[in-house]
Every structure is written in structure tokens, then in C-alpha cells.
Design a protein around this ligand. Structure first.
Ligand SMILES: [Zn+2]
Length: 176
């Protein structure tokens, strides 16, 4: 529709009023270059493993690692393979539909601190009613089938409760 036709379709009485909403198709194409450290993490995902790196100065383990410690400013060179379990530090129950949503609402997004890691990351929680999620819940990763693994977080289908007792608040309070 031309701008002139659009104005006519909108009606003369509203032409001078404020524009409050605008619906327009927008798309962005971009490429992400992960670099050496994050490539290692992504290749680990393609093998069904969480790979991190430890800081030689403070000993913290970052998953994923960006190749250096943000506290000490030194390269992280020691690779660390982490297990499949972790703790929910915080969470959000998503109840709001939005364009492009691929998961049926309501669903749970949580920050998950893998055992042995000092950095949490966001993951989907499933196999539990949304009103039962809680801070400190122990969870485990559920991976896609071996032939579907790829260098992407899509290799992790979701996390689910692993049946262990909740973690004590003291063990994860620094990661909120
Ligand atoms: Zn450090």
C-alpha cells in the first residue's frame, strides 16, 4: 500500500493524532564468531559434554569460558569437563505468548549453576509442573539424541529435576 493510500485508509479524523503502535515485519541476519574459548565450549556440546575453563589465579571455573578471567584479567588455559547436574539459582515462569514462541506456555526458564562451575547460564526446565520449581532445586541436563548433537546449546533439550535434595542456599547465594 502506498503512503497516500495508507493515509486514506486510516481515515482523515485520525491523521493528526499520535501514532501509538506500529506493526512492521523486521528481520536481522547476523553471524556470531565465537572465538577460540567459546568454540571449545560449543564443540563440547556437540559431544554431549559441558566444557569450561579454570582461572589459574582465583580457581574459578567458567562455563562457557570466554578465554580469560574477568576478575583477574588473566587467560584461562586449564580445561575442565563438568558433569551433567547443577542447581537452579533463580528462575522465571513464562506465561506471556510472543511471536516466534516455540514452547507451549507456561514454561520455566532458570539460571543453572553446574556442579563445579562458578558461572550460571540459562536453561529450560521441564518434566515438572511450573508451580513446583524453586531456588536450590537440583537438576540434570537432558541431551538430544546422539545423531542430533551439534555445536549449539540446542544440543541440550532441557533440564529436569534429578531427584536429589535441594541445595542449601549457602552453596549458591553468591551466584544470584
Ligand atoms: Zn580469576
Amino acid at each position: 500500500m502506498s503512503a497516500e493510500a495508507d493515509r486514506e485508509a486510516g481515515g482523515a479524523e485520525d491523521a493528526s493524532g499520535p501514532v501509538t503502535t506500529l506493526a512492521t515485519p523486521i528481520a536481522l541476519d547476523f553471524e556470531f564468531t565465537p572465538g577460540v574459548a567459546q568454540s571449545r565450549f560449543l564443540r563440547g556440546l556437540a559431544r554431549g559434554k559441558f566444557l569450561g575453563q579454570r582461572c589459574p589465579t582465583c580457581g574459578k571455573v567458567y562455563v562457557p569460558s570466554r578465554g580469560s578471567c574477568p576478575t583477574d584479567g588473566v587467560p584461562t588455559t586449564e580445561d575442565v569437563e563438568l558433569g551433567n547436574s547443577g542447581t537452579v539459582t533463580t528462575y522465571c515462569v513464562v506465561n506471556v505468548p510472543f511471536a516466534g514462541q516455540s514452547i507451549e506456555i507456561p514454561y520455566i526458564c532458570a539460571q543453572i549453576l553446574l556442579d563445579g562451575s562458578n558461572l550460571s547460564f540459562m536453561g529450560l526446565i521441564q518434566e515438572i509442573p511450573t508451580d513446583q520449581i524453586r531456588m536450590g532445586m537440583r537438576v540434570e541436563a537432558v541431551w538430544v539424541e546422539p545423531d542430533e548433537l551439534s555445536p549449539s546449546l540446542a544440543s541440550v533439550k532441557y533440564f529436569r529435576p534429578n531427584g536429589e535434595p535441594d541445595a542449601e542456599y549457602e552453596t549458591y547465594k553468591e551466584y544470584l
